[in-house]
Design a protein around this ligand. Structure first.
Ligand code: CDP
Ligand code: CDP
Length: 216
């Protein structure tokens, strides 16, 4: 069973993907971390994030980098959004994500283009969203807990800029797959979001089984 979870920053997709993985007993891949690792390596190599060849040179990062807490920083998310717009960077990370999705038993992947590009045939697809101001409040609370003093207004401006960059890029823009179930978490607690996600996945899986049975 492959479950695709997409959505913008701080919509709750990571929380939901982790809970789905636990619930269904599947491995999970946070694909945003891959782009964050490339961004961080570009920084360490003192190269330019906006130059495609520079970002491509950073795509062979060491797997240990994926565990580095520095990747969680807001600045790295912003730089990840810049390197992720380069088509050759997306191509370089494509097979790794495909392989993860194809493992026996299935997987949960979360990101921006899982339901559209990485796993268009996923058994269940969720597009998680929430209003920009609620997402900014969530991200702001997380950053404060990490000791950041960024203002809520600045976090909101950053979220809007990232939404715009991610949804207007020409390759694999952030967009809900046509067959994705929409899950708006704006006014849902974490528990309620997870419960709703499980219901939506179960419904999609049941419908797919029915369709497959009809096809014989
Ligand atoms: O957790 P948050 O949504 O803030 O960020 P993330 O999922 O770690 O993704 C960081 C950046 O990587 C995003 O702004 C996207 O530009 C990019 N990304 C992408 O292009 N495709 C994916 N499948 C995942 C992330
Ligand atoms: O992965 P993504 O950036 O989409 O979001 P996340 O890391 O799952 O969630 C961002 C923050 O929102 C986390 O601190 C979650 O605990 C919180 N959250 C929430 O307050 N209410 C929800 N319904 C979902 C997530």
């Amino acid at each position: 069973m492959i479950i695709a979870v997409d959505g913008p920053a701080a919509s709750g997709k990571g929380t939901i993907a982790r809970a789905l993985a636990r619930h269904f007993g599947l491995p999970q891949l946070d694909t945003g971390l891959l782009y964050r690792a490339v961004a961080e390596k570009v920084t360490r190599m003192e190269l330019d994030h906006s130059i495609e060849a520079d970002a491509v040179a950073a795509c062979d990062f060491d797997d240990a980098l994926l565990d580095d807490p520095v990747l969680r920083q807001d600045e790295v998310g912003k730089l990840a959004s810049i390197v992720s717009a380069h088509p050759l960077v997306r191509a370089a990370l494509f097979h790794r994500q495909k392989r993860f999705a194809a493992q026996p038993g299935g997987a949960v992947l979360d990101g921006r283009d899982i339901g559209t590009v990485i796993a268009p045939d996923a058994d269940a697809k969720l597009f998680v969203r929430a209003t920009p101001s609620i997402r900014a409040k969530r991200r702001h609370a997380e950053l404060r807990a990490q000791g950041s003093t960024l203002s809520l207004d600045k976090v909101l401006a950053d979220i809007r800029a990232r939404d715009l960059r991610d949804s207007t890029r020409s390759t694999a823009p952030l967009v809900a797959a046509q067959d994705a179930a929409l899950l708006d978490t704006s006014f849902l607690s974490i528990e309620a979001s997870v419960q709703r996600a499980i219901e939506l996945v179960e419904r999609q899986v049941a419908l797919k089984a029915e369709r497959d049975a009809h096809r014989g």
